[in-house]
Design a protein around this ligand. Structure first.
Ligand code: F6P
Length: 553
């Protein structure tokens, strides 16, 4: 048995679960009219309502006791102090330094990282603003009209999500595109309508070795050379963001166009760094500062607020409550804001690459459940797709609902309809619909008694399905920065509770290793026999079936 599940507070939570699982949230609300005030928190223009969760004051007290027993406050201090908490890679985890105030000093190995961050940001801003002002000219002296970020994972999902979320803040005559998939369709579809003389590529890769990115980068470079007729002035069209400047130079990127990130910035936590170059180009450096400020506000909140009023801590503890005691395997993230349509995909990497681990910090296999399967979709779309399962399925799916009180280009007719759904769904999921109500409704509609009895079981909603709601004024850069940072810290807290390292990702290595070996086996027409019979069969079938002229390109 692990230390975690033997802890006093864990045992107390297990016993408490046996009592509370028989209670309905409907009754909790009926007996406590102050439940909303008791279980909601504010931070700037954010309201976090967690009252529609399967908790009582005792539940929270027990969860907080668990956090204290696991020395969460000390872990938070260690995180901000730059301790090497990424213990398998011996690295600090300091993405918070990327959004620190200019006058803060965060020293790592005797070097103030905040001033290094600032210096790099000035370089990023200079390039981005030159492109935005149309001062940056391409090979034929034309301004840039299209920027293509080539990257994957953290070097893609963050910038994509943010530029989509902040659409109203983008310049109309400057398009930003994202290419991540090594499937040639992605880059072909993107380049098809672009003009190389007015296109600027950003090769975003912390390692500068990721296969997908390097293959796409090479295709972009060949496209440019082919269309322009030479590699003349290629430095007017290519930049790199990486911690591996040597490989970027070898690829042919000019020194001035190489932007640095540090090993203490994890890929999935990197949008605040120069990896956000495409964001700065899209929304401008002033708005990017706002994004950073919103995240910084959450850093301060997370670091200084007592655990019982600390939003990321509460978010994390609720997740642990469902994951480890209710045995929920999943969680849903449901933004009711079209501009957040990439948020669930972004969070999937942030959460699942961080906490999808089964070995603890001391190298022991865990005997409890860790990170959930996170999924999500725009709330309105999800209502007409998978909400059926949330309401009446056999699985408990705790859900986070995010919604803006108004939008930048608000049309009341739309927005009222949208918000009516937000409130209706959280209420419906919590309250459900009892047999009594279903009977009455059908009777009122004149349905016959026999028909009522036949349909009754299908029309009852059990309710008692948990949601937490994050309402914010509007999706501006500052609020978006705060939202992202809330989830980042939530993930960290859960990693502390589960005693796992949230900042490595060894689990992605095996596939990469095998792919690089198999890549060579695809070069010729010989059959392979070195794998299991399924893999051999698939590879050999592919080799036989592929068009003859596609073996090399
Ligand atoms: O394969 C996973 C991963 O290493 C992620 O952690 C990372 O965000 C992504 O690949 C891209 O890595 P890089 O920025 O080094 O190309």
């Amino acid at each position: 048995m692990s230390v975690l599940t033997e802890m006093e507070s864990w045992t107390a939570l297990s016993q408490h679960y046996e009592v509370i699982r028989h209670q309905h949230m409907r009754d909790m609300f009926d007996t406590d009219p102050r439940r909303f005030e008791r279980f909601s928190l504010r931070l700037n223009d954010l309201l976090y309502d967690y009252s529609k969760n399967h908790i009582t004051g005792e539940t929270l007290a027990l969860l907080l006791k668990l956090a204290e027993e696991l020395e969460l406050s000390q872990w938070i201090a260690r995180l901000f102090d730059g301790d090497l908490i990424n213990n398998t890679e011996q690295r600090a985890v300091l993405h918070m330094a990327l959004r620190a105030n200019q006058d803060e000093v965060i020293a790592l190995d005797g070097v103030d990282v905040v001033s290094e961050v600032r210096a790099e940001r000035l370089r990023v801003n200079k390039l981005a603003e030159a492109i935005r002002r149309r001062d940056w000219r391409g090979v034929t002296n034309q301004p840039i009209t299209d920027v293509v970020n080539i990257g994957i994972g953290g070097s893609h999902l963050g910038p994509l999500m943010v530029t989509e979320a902040l659409r109203p803040y983008r310049l109309h005559d400057l398009n930003v595109h994202f290419v991540s998939n090594v499937d040639e369709n992605h880059i072909n579809d993107t380049l098809e309508f672009l003009n190389p003389e007015t296109t600027f590529f950003i090769i975003s890769s912390k390692t500068f070795t990721t296969q997908d990115t390097m293959v796409n980068a090479e295709t972009a470079r060949q496209w440019y050379i082919h269309k322009v007729g030479s590699d003349e002035q290629i430095n007017r069209h290519f930049a790199a963001v990486t911690s591996n400047a040597v490989l970027a130079r070898q690829f042919g990127i000019a020194e001035d166009n190489i932007f640095r990130i540090w090993d203490w910035v994890g890929g999935r936590y990197s949008l605040w760094s120069a990896i956000g170059l495409s964001i700065v180009i899209a929304i401008g450096s002033e708005q990017f500062e706002q994004l950073l400020e919103g995240a910084h506000d959450v850093d301060v909140h997370f670091r200084q607020t007592p655990l019982d009023r600390n939003i990321p801590v509460i978010m994390a503890l609720l997740g642990v409550w469902y994951n480890n005691f209710f045995n929920a395997q999943t969680m849903a993230v449901l933004p009711y804001d079209q501009h957040l349509h990439c948020f669930p995909a972004y969070l999937q990497q942030a959460d699942m690459e961080s906490n999808g681990k089964s070995v603890d910090r001391s190298g022991q296999a865990v005997d409890y459940s860790t990170g959930p399967v996170l999924f999500g979709e725009i709330g309105i779309a999800a209502q007409h797709a998978f909400f059926q399962l949330l309401h009446q399925g056999t699985k408990l799916v705790p859900a986070d609902i995010l919604a803006p009180i108004y939008t930048v280009r608000c049309i009341q007719r739309h927005h009222r309809a949208l918000m009516s759904n937000v409130f209706a769904q959280t209420e419906a999921l919590m309250r459900g619909k009892t047999e009594q109500v279903v009977r009455r409704e059908m009777r009122d509609k004149g349905v016959t008694p026999d028909e009522i009895e036949r349909l009754l079981p299908y029309r009852v909603f059990p309710g008692n399905r948990p949601t937490s709601t994050l309402l914010f004024n509007t999706l501006d850069p500052k609020t978006l920065g705060s939202l992202i940072a809330l989830y980042e810290h939530k993930i960290f807290v859960q990693g502390v509770i589960w005693n796992i390292n949230s900042f490595d990702q060894w689990g992605v290595e095996l596939g990469k290793q095998l792919a690089s070996a198999i890549l060579h086996e695809l070069d010729d027409v010989e059959s392979v026999s070195g794998h299991d019979c399924s893999t051999n069969g698939l590879i050999n079938y592919y080799k036989r079936q592929r068009p003859r002229n596609s073996t090399q390109a």
